[in-house]
Design a protein around this ligand. Structure first.
Ligand code: ACO
Length: 375
């Protein structure tokens, strides 16, 4: 039997910090309201030159560095996102190109904030089945680009970021132990961007009414989130043949500290086994679980043999819970200077390769055009 072991991890967030005090100057809100209702103090906002793919690329490069693996060894890139750089093509294709994963396939998964659990399930299945050996999964979102910055009930909640895991085939029985994925599409109106898709193509009226931004029924999502986290976690534990006591670290989607605490209480998980960083990043959608996992690793809370419960929920409505058994040492290893040089060369090589391919394509187009005009 083959298992999908997590061998690399990394995250990236924009440098720009937007605090609750900054938001006080933008909408009718207060630091006190935001902190007491959500637990959020600040969030990161993408700069003008950043996008979902640039954050995803940085997270992916960090994961490859931890795994000490060259991008050429990656078989498949999967990006979970609902804020792609373009409607078409996928963010995964942009990342595949920018990291230089020259022989990898690439596609996106859109399951909103649950997306990373979906990507983990798909990648683990493809590896266990023997189809692939090495898969890079990334959760990346720039919700700041689809938020209505005049709507205080949503704009205070979200932030931007990306988190990545590198999965490799292994004989060791670690990685995904069980998984529960779910959807209730009847809840579509609870959390929705009404316009900009095939049902309501964008019009000037939509733009004027900000119908191209997130509309959310906060209290509906709140109630759905708590009951769903509890139910999905129990189902995933059952499927893994485990009990709540077997969980070493609970890493739910970082949307709201009250949701996290209420779900943990209902599951009887003690505070010391719950990880949260929502105060610093807000809700980064598909990026929130992998960023939290990376920070849990950084703070020494993930050891070999640890059982992690990862649970996501979001628009759809959708949800996903996974029990993951950790299999590799997380002690940071100092990187030899020559490896840093090599890594730098890899990323330059990827840029040069991409530039050469684009140029080649332009030249081919020119040649064809000249052919048509008989020059
Ligand atoms: N500052 C001040 N007041 C505010 C703000 C704000 N930023 N936002 C709303 N209010 C007001 C409301 O207008 C309302 O006023 P009213 O009573 O005069 O009408 C009052 O505060 C209470 O509003 P509620 O919506 O009842 O506040 P609640 O305690 O439910 O908290 C919140 C709102 C934080 C949005 C909560 O419902 C929540 O976290 N819901 C879940 C959201 C979530 O997790 N979404 C992400 C899903 S993942 C994805 O796929 C993207």
């Amino acid at each position: 039997m083959a298992y999908a072991q997590i061998v690399g991890w990394g995250y990236a967030v924009p440098a720009r910090v937007l605090t609750n005090f900054d938001l006080e100057k933008m909408v009718d809100t207060s630091d006190e309201w935001i902190r007491t209702r959500t637990g959020i103090s600040e969030r990161r906002i993408a700069g003008p030159k950043e996008s979902t793919s640039t954050l995803a690329t940085r997270a992916a490069q960090n994961a490859l560095q931890v795994a000490d693996l060259s991008p050429g060894r990656v078989d498949l890139v999967i990006v979970a996102t609902s804020t792609p750089d373009y409607p078409v093509p996928s963010v995964a294709s942009l990342v595949q190109d920018s990291i230089g994963a020259s022989r990898a396939g690439a596609f996106d998964v859109n399951a909103a904030c649950s997306g990373f659990i979906y990507a983990l399930a798909v990648a683990s299945g493809l590896i266990s089945s023997g189809l692939y050996e090495t898969i890079l999964i990334i959760g990346a979102d720039t919700l700041s680009r689809i938020v209505d910055w005049t709507d205080r009930s949503t704009c205070v909640l979200f932030g931007d970021g990306a988190g990545a895991l590198l999965l490799r085939r292994s004989e060791s029985p670690t990685g995904l132990r069980s998984c529960v994925l779910g959807s209730d599409g009847s809840g579509v109106s609870s959390l929705l961007i009404p316009a900009g898709g095939s049902r309501n193509p964008l019009t000037p009226e939509h733009l004027q009414n900000r119908q191209n931004t997130i509309k959310m029924k906060g209290s509906e999502v709140y109630r759905f989130a708590i009951s769903t986290i509890v139910q999905a976690t129990r189902q995933a534990l059952d499927a893994a043949g485990m009990r709540v006591d077997d969980i070493d670290l609970f890493i739910p989607h970082q949307a709201n500290i009250r949701i996290i605490q209420a779900a943990a209480r209902a599951l009887d998980i003690p505070d010391e086994k719950v990880f949260s960083n929502v105060h610093r990043y807000g809700n980064t959608s598909a990026a929130s679980i992998p960023i939290a996992l990376c920070e849990a690793i950084e703070s020494g809370r993930v050891r070999v043999g640890a059982n992690l419960a990862l649970v996501g929920f979001g628009a759809g409505l959708s949800w996903g819970a996974a029990i993951v058994q950790w299999g590799v040492d997380t002690t940071p290893v100092p990187i030899a200077w020559w490896k840093s040089v090599l890594r730098n060369l890899h990323s330059r090589e990827a840029m040069v390769r991409s530039f050469a391919l684009r140029t080649q394509r332009r030249l081919d187009a020119l040649r064809r055009l000249n052919g048509i005009h008989g020059v």
